[in-house]
Design a protein around this ligand. Structure first.
Ligand code: ATP
Length: 422
């Protein structure tokens, strides 16, 4: 159903119902206001009479536990009320995690480490958000770990990272991004370099465990881990290896019984495997929508959101002032491998790059590494984009969220590109 821009619609939702809508993918805005009762969007409570703005591409569910009246203004692609939702199930999962947190708190132990798995487009990220929001609403401070390099919910696509969640996600923006811990993988799918991906996951797991050690509140609150939809063959092995690296206590399997049964078979008994139905509201995204979402995510990194604009800087740096590397070299045939080198060593080989036209529009991670040996396993300070290259002046122009100087001169090139059309 398409709704005219000027039209104001009022919806009365019964308890346990959900109003779902999508904002048209071109420059439309939709405004949502809670008139009475209580309601939440993916676990964040709506404030009565406050108007929330949703921009192009947003897919939203307004759920109510006790009934409410909401007003929607603007042109939506789809809008309908659903009576069947899995929210009771999700809330029960939260309650089970909360029991583990109470016990962890009492005994000064580590709280639950839970991982969400499932195919693409089943709502893994959304369930993570709901569970994290419910946890912070109970006064917890859980860590959100995102291993989904395809979308990059914590930083930009091509990264994995962790974030301590201290307050519920902002309804139309997501979780606040203060001081996230980010590792740059540099590709949009773990399949492209599973060796490197595994190294980074292990490194992230070590750092997250260290953070749990030093903060009692966070330790008892535990961790919620989001993963990507790559679940078959090598992807399945990767899920098992993620679970081991983080020493998970629970795995929530969304929508796929086969994956659920495989995990029950392969994981040790102390890991609880829980099957979860997918919400009928989860919207499938086409390949082109995913590409668009990735692009938008990078644009937001530099320019912010319509509600919260950022003003990035553009400056030149001399070729000689930066050291650019790429992780991964082309494979050598087995017969050419130097003595002692393994067949997949090339995947983690550090290749120095002399600035050339091939780096144009590429995202570069600004590494925290102090020397070459640390580059692969170092987390990153942030990202810049190469917007121009002048071989005559031996200069590159960088788009950067921070002004000059760069926090470090070691840049690691990502496969991801961004066309700065601003
Ligand atoms: P990926 O395959 O990228 O890992 P995912 O399984 O994490 O995807 P989500 O990103 O959580 O899936 O959900 C896909 C889209 O569906 C999102 O835009 C989200 O806002 C929307 N969505 C999730 N749940 C609902 C719902 N109940 N009603 C309406 N939209 C929803």
């Amino acid at each position: 159903m398409s709704v005219d821009k000027k039209v104001l619609q009022e919806f009365t939702l019964e308890r346990d119902n959900e109003l779902r809508f999508e904002v048209e993918s071109k420059t439309e805005k939709v405004y949502l206001t809670l008139k009475s009762g209580t309601a939440e969007v993916f676990g964040t409570e709506l404030v009565k009479a406050k108007t929330y703005e949703f921009t192009a591409g947003a897919k939203v569910a307004v759920f109510t536990w006790h009934g409410c009246v909401v007003e929607v203004k603007g042109k939506t692609d789809v809008i309908y009320t659903a009576k069947e939702t899995p929210m009771v199930l999700y809330s029960n999962c939260h309650a089970a995690l909360e029991v583990m947190r109470v016990e962890a708190d009492r005994e000064n132990k580590r709280g639950p480490i839970a991982m969400l798995v499932g195919p693409c487009d089943v709502g893994k990220s959304t369930v993570c958000r709901i569970l994290l929001n419910y946890a912070v609403r109970m006064g917890r401070r859980p860590i959100y770990v995102d291993l989904d390099v395809g979308q990059g919910h914590i930083s930009i696509p091509g990264t994995i990272g962790a974030l301590m969640v201290e307050r519920p996600a902002v309804i139309d923006e997501g979780f606040s991004q203060e001081a996230p811990l980010v590792y740059s993988f540099g590709q949009k799918s773990p399949q492209n370099n599973q060796t490197l991906f595994s190294i980074l996951v292990q490194q992230l797991a070590i750092t997250v465990k260290e953070r749990l050690e030093v903060n009692k509140k966070t330790r008892a609150s535990g961790v919620i881990i989001n993963t990507c939809g790559w679940i078959k063959n090598a992807g399945y092995k990767q899920l098992i290896s993620n679970a081991k690296a983080f020493e998970v206590d629970a795995i929530f399997v969304l929508d796929q019984e086969r994956l659920y049964n495989e995990l029950v078979r392969d994981m040790p008994n102390f890991v609880k495997i829980i099957f979860m139905a997918k919400s009928g509201g989860v919207v499938e995204r086409s390949k082109s929508l995913r590409v668009e979402a990735r692009d938008q995510r990078i644009r937001e990194y530099f320019y912010g959101t319509p509600k919260n604009s950022l003003y990035p800087h553009s400056f030149d740096v001399k070729f000689s002032d930066v050291k650019i590397y790429k992780v991964g070299a082309p494979a050598l045939p087995d017969s050419c491998l130097p003595l002692g080198m393994k067949a997949d060593d090339h995947l983690t080989k550090l290749v120095p790059i002399t600035p050339n036209a091939g780096i144009l529009h590429h995202i570069m991670a600004v590494s925290f590494a102090e020397n070459e040996d640390d580059i692969i396993t170092s987390h990153v300070a942030g990202f810049v984009c190469v917007t121009n290259l002048d071989t005559e002046r031996q200069m590159i122009t960088l788009l950067s969220p921070q002004p000059k100087p760069l926090p470090n001169n070691i840049l690691v090139m990502s496969d991801l590109q961004f066309m700065d059309t601003h």
